[in-house]
Design a protein. Sequence first.
Length: 89
Amino acid sequence: MRYLMGVVWFNNQITVKPVVEPQDIKGKIESALQRNVLLDARRITIETRRGCVILRGSVRSWIERAEIQWIAWAAPGVAEVENNIIISP
């Protein structure tokens, strides 16, 4: 495109989205949570629907809540994260 006569600028907005099954997304997030020794993954439930991840449960701090949300976003195939995790001592 760059070398066509008359083309001054172009913006490539093509994205490639891998086809990932909801079970695979959930499994990858659960595995990542279990690998993180600072998080208590037993108190977290994960639900997936067509690229949307819904997190529920409770954690001890805002940092834990943010870390779990970051882990969910990092999983392949995730388009949206709904974080319903509450903070409780």
